[in-house]
Design a protein around this ligand. Structure first.
Ligand SMILES: Cc1cc2nc3c(=O)[nH]c(=O)nc-3n(C[C@H](O)[C@H](O)[C@H](O)COP(=O)(O)OP(=O)(O)OC[C@H]3O[C@@H](n4cnc5c(N)ncnc54)[C@H](O)[C@@H]3O)c2cc1C
Length: 430
């Protein structure tokens, strides 16, 4: 079994085409070279400004080439919870921005000729109880009233048209959602960014950002400093606790481990028997899993929470395999060929954020749905920093509240996960 991302085994290059020198000065400096950082860099470079993207390792090897590739523009909170916690106007705007961001991703791939196997094949979310099915029905009615949403309910009796399992009590279909190949998308974004003139520098951790004078900062890295007018921090769930640069963000963002397995080749016919419409899939558990055919329709990928800090261990593989065989009991004996993990970032409200603090701009917190949001928020944070946005993102505002007794090391996560595991067990034991 390979303990590395399935998405890294591609012909396209995931590394910058040349080694860029650290410049002394740049109009903009971006810390972090994932989807957010590169998208911000591309947006800035296309406005004729000089921009450097610095990554502590290889750009993209954070979450951006480790994800499941499901392109939803999903918000962790349902439309009804958002109405309840905030207001209907806010909930509508959030969900409509999700539609805009997803549409913009498709447009971007088309215009830039990025062949990342993006396909809006729909997503089926299986209900883990009758009560969940009823909740989904109400949510489906709400979403269908909003432009750009096309949802419907699939009863338990009709479920086998969607997926050959008896685990679910029916489920909700969202036709406007789909998936891509995260590695191919990153490779395309990287190429576009370099083509537009973004300096992308690997293996260069940013240590801190110093104030020099009004409107002038010095970005201090392990290899020297860059003087700049504006900085965007795009380190998201990889901010870590090591460097001063992450001090403000890490108190406001919780990195949670998420892990993925990919099966051996099962053959397209067998996959089509299990997933006749070759969609993206998920379920309604608190500790939910998401799964999908790989873009070649030859294997199944399944992701859920992870247990490990750095590399996925056998315990994680066993846990994910168990989830897979609960859905498809026939896969109990199948081989797992890939397993890996990565971090996803959550704010206290579980909503993405764009904000500015001390003349530094931040975008983060996509709560496991960053394939659409990260590229979009990268673009939006760049427009905000350049003051060129026609309309700021609904997520632009005050810095999110910091989390009490927390400085970037999420010591409380295991207890939260046990709590949700218990809730799931109590809910589904019948
Ligand atoms: C296992 C897994 C599965 C997922 N599945 C899905 C999915 O199916 N659908 C979906 O929509 N989303 C999914 N996501 C979420 C999605 O991948 C992320 O939200 C998105 O990639 C975030 O991109 P980013 O650019 O903000 O962050 P990242 O890609 O994590 O980039 C942050 C970068 O910052 C760099 N960095 C950190 N500190 C420093 C420093 N001091 N100096 C310089 N550089 C620094 C890191 O090296 C890293 O490259 C998943 C994530 C994981 C981990």
């Amino acid at each position: 079994m390979k303990r590395r991302a399935f998405w890294w085994d591609i012909d396209e290059s995931l590394e910058p085409s040349k080694k860029y020198e650290l410049p002394k000065q740049s109009d903009f400096v971006i810390v972090g070279g994932g989807y957010t950082g590169l998208s911000a860099g591309l947006t800035i470079a296309r406005q004729g400004k000089s921009v450097v993207v610095l990554d502590s390792g290889k750009p993209g090897l954070g979450a951006s080439t480790r994800n499941g590739g499901i392109c939803s523009g999903q918000i962790r909170l349902s439309h009804s919870s958002l109405c309840h916690r905030f207001s209907k106007e806010f909930a509508d705007e959030v969900y409509l921005e999700g539609v805009e961001a997803r549409f913009d991703l498709s447009k971007f791939c088309l215009e830039e000729n990025i062949d990342c196997q993006l396909k809006m094949s729909g997503r089926f979310t299986g209900a883990m109880s009758e009560a969940d099915y009823n909740k989904q029905s109400k949510e489906s009615e709400r979403l269908n009233k909003l432009d750009g949403h096309k949802t419907s309910m699939v009863s338990k009796a009709d479920q086998h048209n969607e997926i050959s399992t008896d685990l679910f009590f029916g489920g909700m279909l969202r036709e406007e959602i789909g998936g891509f190949h995260p590695g191919k998308f990153f490779a395309g974004l990287l190429k576009c960014s370099e083509g537009a003139g973004v300096n992308i520098i690997s293996d260069t951790p940013v240590l801190e950002i110093k104030d020099i004078s009004e409107g002038k900062k010095s970005v201090v890295t392990k290899r020297g400093s860059i003087s700049t007018g504006k900085v965007i921090v795009a380190t998201n769930a990889y901010t870590g606790t090591k460097h001063r640069v992450g001090k403000f963000l890490r108190r406001r963002l919780v990195p949670a481990q998420s892990a993925i397995i990919v099966t051996e080749k099962l053959g397209v016919d067998r996959i089509k028997e299990m997933m006749p419409k070759l969609r993206m899939y998920g379920n309604t558990a608190n500790l939910y899993s998401y799964f999908r055919p790989t873009p070649d329709h030859d294997r199944i990928l399944l992701g859920s929470r992870g247990f490990d800090k750095l590399e996925a261990t056998d315990r994680t593989v066993k846990y994910l395999k168990q989830k897979l065989s609960l859905i498809f009991p026939d896969l109990l004996e199948c081989k797992i060929e890939y397993c890996w993990q990565g971090n996803v970032g959550f704010t206290r409200t579980q909503l993405p954020v764009i904000f500015e603090y001390n003349d530094i701009y931040y975008a983060a917190g996509y709560a496991g749905s960053g394939t659409v949001w990260a590229r979009w928020m990268g673009k939006k944070v760049a427009e905000t920093a350049m003051r060129t946005a026609n309309k700021p993102s609904i997520f632009y505002g005050e810095p999110p509240k910091s989390i009490p007794f927390y400085d970037g090391n999420p010591w409380f996560l295991p207890s939260i996960q046990y709590y949700y595991a218990l809730k799931d067990w109590l809910k589904f034991r019948h």
